[in-house]
Design a protein. Structure first.
Length: 297
């Protein structure tokens, strides 16, 4: 299980919060969450892998990590996937993770791909990839991301608006909807996940960071990145829910065709969060995958 929240300084004095299961296993799994999410999304999965070291950071601007204004960067780079990948590469070095499995959910999966393809030192350290409903192909943005990047994000950045939403319960209901849209079966939503999502919304500058992340979520070089998937030369494990309403399961099939050495697992009656809805099953597949990986090395 995860220990308490820890912090690592990753450059410019900025801190990434992270959780570490603390196991002395090699390779360690680096788990990267998606947009508007946090490290707590991995808790259910990690509980079913007691012998595996799992390290889960909060992306900059998310969870308990810092939320700087980043005025020194061009607007299109602030909280972009490329910027997140750069800070995560520093995090991997800072943590001394020499042998890793890169894992990512949704946007985090896209960031994992970017880390592997664009950072030679990360590629050297990486033994395998795990993609969970991962972003990697151009698609229409879901409405809630467009709204957060536009009028809704602008509205919620104002303290008076946030205060009103807090008093009327709108903020709490917003956190519940944010989590629920990722699930097929609402009964599988861990209550703590909703509580942590709400706590993240209450942090100063939360909506500033979320708005910028939403505006810059689609990298301009996304076509070039997807064209390079054939360069991936490590085993890749893919999980997807057949009822995913955020990123189509067709992307799972595309990944399995474009990446040379893949294993694909599709789950019936499952939405955008198979690592939570089917945590035990995903953990079993992942544990078996890791055993195969270590046996072949």
């Amino acid at each position: 299980m995860f220990r308490q929240t820890l912090y690592a300084t990753v450059g410019d004095g900025l801190r990434l919060a992270y959780a570490d299961s603390g196991q002395n296993s090699t390779p360690a799994i680096l788990l990267i969450h998606g947009i508007f999410d946090h490290k707590g999304t991995w808790r259910s999965l990690v509980e079913h892998m007691p012998d595996v070291r799992c390290v889960a950071p909060d992306l900059l601007g998310h969870g308990q990590s810092d939320r700087p204004s980043l005025f020194e960067l061009p607007p299109e780079q602030r909280y972009s996937p490329d910027m997140q990948a750069a800070y995560l590469s520093h995090f991997v070095e800072r943590m001394g993770l020499e042998s890793i499995v890169l894992g990512g959910s949704s946007l985090g999966g896209g960031i994992a791909l970017r880390l592997f393809l664009d950072y030679p030192d990360i590629r050297r350290r990486t033994r395998a990839l795990v993609l969970c409903a991962a972003a990697g192909y151009r698609q229409p943005l879901p409405g809630y991301i467009r709204e957060m990047g536009g009028w809704l994000g602008s509205l919620l950045k104002h303290p008076l608006t946030r205060s009103l939403c807090e008093r009327t319960g709108l903020l709490s209901r917003g956190a519940q909807r944010s989590v629920a849209r990722c699930f097929f079966d609402a009964d599988r939503i861990p209550p703590l996940l909703v509580e942590e999502t709400l706590a993240a919304l209450r942090v100063p500058n939360a909506f500033m960071a979320y708005q910028l992340a939403a505006r810059n979520i689609m990298p301009p070089d996304l076509h070039q990145l997807s064209d390079r998937l054939s360069e991936i030369n490590v085993p890749t494990l893919i999980f997807w829910g057949r009822e995913d309403r955020i990123i189509s399961p067709l992307s799972a099939l595309r990944f399995s065709e474009d990446i040379p050495n893949t294993q694909l697992h599709l789950f019936d009656h499952c939405g955008h969060a198979p690592h939570i809805e089917y945590a035990r099953e995903v953990a079993n597949h992942l544990t078996s995958f890791l055993k195969q990986l270590t046996a072949s090395n």
